[in-house]
Write a protein that binds this ligand. Structure first.
Ligand code: GDP
Length: 293
């Protein structure tokens, strides 16, 4: 499973965002630094309308979305690489993740102290990056700027390539129903939740695409894989037996399958193509692996 570690200076809103992502209160949110003393780990399902559409159209009862493990990593402060603050603990956790979600504080709240005096996104990013590089950690990172709710609809982004979110808004949204969320976002002039934008950015950063399996119509499941993954390796991700006994892959793009309404009808139309072990998966492929036990 994909592992994303949330890092940032103390009081940048990591726990607030983490809680919102998990839609429940796992990490303790409090108005003092080092709220997140133990690593907080939670699994979040990745929304994918293609998957739900497949299940609905084909009457598949069980739907298994892809999942991302988020780790709320505490303890990054100036000097963390030398063990300052919770430095050592921090470094241990950050080495385990596939990507870093670097949260940068830009919201204003006089009741929430800032470890370096006052928030300065560019300066804060540099402190965190310096600590990571001093500790010999190079890894892919997405930058997420935690801004005031009222500034969300503005176009200006203090750091190129970053996404803007309001951790506070995300936490409010997480308590609403899907319909209420949509209405609230519309009111604010925003299309997607920060959560959706963060996940999209993670997939882009890690160069991930998604293929689907339907297990003979019993269970629809989404599988994130690196772009360029071959059928044989994809089979191994689903089940080691499928890789060991791999014969072939039957493949159809998800929207063609929906159009045909059933696997059988799609096959009769000649839309299901047979592929060997070296076939490179396309985003949105629905794959049935044929294998010997
Ligand atoms: P962490 O130390 O990075 O985990 O930060 P927390 O998530 O514990 O947040 C520290 C404090 O900042 C809490 O009191 C939060 O309520 C507050 N906070 C976090 N995000 C926001 C935000 O987007 N807007 C405002 N106004 N306050 C926030």
């Amino acid at each position: 499973m994909l592992k994303i570690g949330i890092v940032g200076l103390p009081n940048s809103g990591k726990s607030t965002l983490f809680n919102a992502l998990l839609q429940r209160q796992i990490a303790e949110v409090a108005e003092y630094p080092f709220t997140t003393i133990e690593p907080n780990v939670g699994v979040v399902q990745v929304p994918d309308e293609r998957l739900t559409t497949i299940s609905k159209a084909m009457g598949i009862e069980k739907t298994v979305p892809a999942a991302i493990e988020f780790i709320d990593i505490a303890g990054l402060a100036k000097g963390a690489h030398e063990g300052a603050g919770l430095g050592n603990q921090f470094l241990g956790h950050i080495r385990e993740v596939d990507a870093v979600l670097h949260l940068v504080r830009s919201f204003h709240n006089p009741n929430v102290p800032h470890s370096e005096g006052s928030p300065d996104p560019e300066k804060d990013v540099n402190i965190v990056e310096e600590e990571l590089s001093q500790a010999g950690i190079e890894k892919p990172a997405i930058y997420v700027i935690n801004i005031d709710e009222k500034d969300l609809a503005d176009t200006e982004i203090p750091i190129a390539g970053a996404v803007k979110i309001s951790a506070k808004l995300e936490s409010e949204l997480s308590e609403l129903s899907k319909d209420e969320q949509k209405a609230y976002l519309k009111e604010l002039g925003i299309e997607k939740t920060g959560f959706e934008r963060v996940i999209k950015l993670c997939y882009e950063l890690l160069d991930l695409i998604t293929f689907f399996t339907i297990a003979g119509g019993k269970q629809a499941q989404a599988w994130p894989v690196k772009k360029g993954t071959h059928a044989l390796d994809a089979a191994g991700i689903v089940h080691t037996d499928m890789q060991k006994g791999f014969i072939k892959a039957e493949v159809i793009l998800w929207n063609k399958l929906i159009e045909a309404k059933s696997w059988k009808a799609a096959a009769e139309k000649g839309w299901v193509h047979l592929e060997g072990r070296d076939y490179i998966l396309t985003d949105g492929d629905v794959v049935e692996f044929k294998f010997n036990l």
